[in-house]
Design a protein around this ligand. Sequence first.
Ligand code: SF4
Length: 378
Amino acid sequence: HCPTGALRERDDTQKVFDALADPEKVVVVQIAPAVRAAWGESLGLAREDATVGRLVAALRQMGVDYVFDTNFSADLTIMEEGTELLHKLAHKEENTFPMFTSCCPGWVRYVKAVRPEFTDQLSTSKSPGQMFGAVTKSYFAELKGIDPHNIFCVEIMPCTAKKAEVAIPVMNDACGDSDVDVSITTREVDRMIRAEHIDATMLPEEDFDDPLGTSTGAAVIFGATGGVMEAALRTAYHVVTGKTPEPDAFSDVRGLDAWKEATYDLAGTPVRVAVVSGLANAGYLLDAIAAGEVEYDFVEVMACPGGCAGGGGQPIHDGEELAGVRGDVLWGLDHNAELRNSYENPSIKAIYEDYLGEPLSERAEDLLHTDHHAWSIH
Ligand code: SF4
């Protein structure tokens, strides 16, 4: 904490309250995977009672028009990023490896600011939050006949770096407005619940709205270190072999170790993968790659130790690190999910059939991918 109080935590909750009070605005909120593992901690809820269904109910009580799940667009990210990886592997001589994940804005910023020589190796896929905003202000707006300029898109994230990501000037592909209007943290949504005098212990369980509220176990593990990698490998395996992978076939990269690696066989092609969390560890990994000490095809990097479960926007408990406990909640949700693979999500199938065509189509490239060179760090 700043001893003089000159530095305070940025709070964007008033922007959300203002939009809720504006009759012109259609307020659409998305809830990120890791938020559901932590939002009840500072509201006196037991972990088993702090379900995402109760958070959905709290948001509806505040007057939110549509409550959706970032997990939907995490599945979309996997479809795009997994396909991007397979295309690169199919044209290995034309590409530089490894390809790095790009869903963590803390990591993307670090690459651009500190190790720009690796920028071209970042996946061009936008983060799930940004993809969600882009499809909300295009596909969803068309489905519902809403003027996208009247949609106010809010994301609830475990993350403070997302506040800078939503402000990147080129993240406006759906209608010219920002794809996401404001990013608030888990701590901020908890403050909103308290400010509205909502008793979290009395909330009913409610479902997400359709169609951007349907997701799979592969999406929910985005919030834990190793989850993006595992989710991508499940879909890549299916695309290459046509078979459904064993649910835990790619589980070697789970756990809180700072740097994990594995090699998997995808229909005769060995794919070497690594997972790191924490930017210091990412720096060591980049040094090792640059020195030729290690070689990988695909690398997942999350800036926060333990991934988003331990993100900078989550409730703070002095002296206690809860990334592991929250990550276990997410792995449990995946284990119990009816659908465990992104390609099985019926809403994902529908958006490709009805709107996007196929992964990496022209429309998908326009809405769901970005050019990491098109903006600069100030
Ligand atoms: Fe944000 Fe941390 Fe998650 Fe990166 S790892 S997206 S910085 S919460």
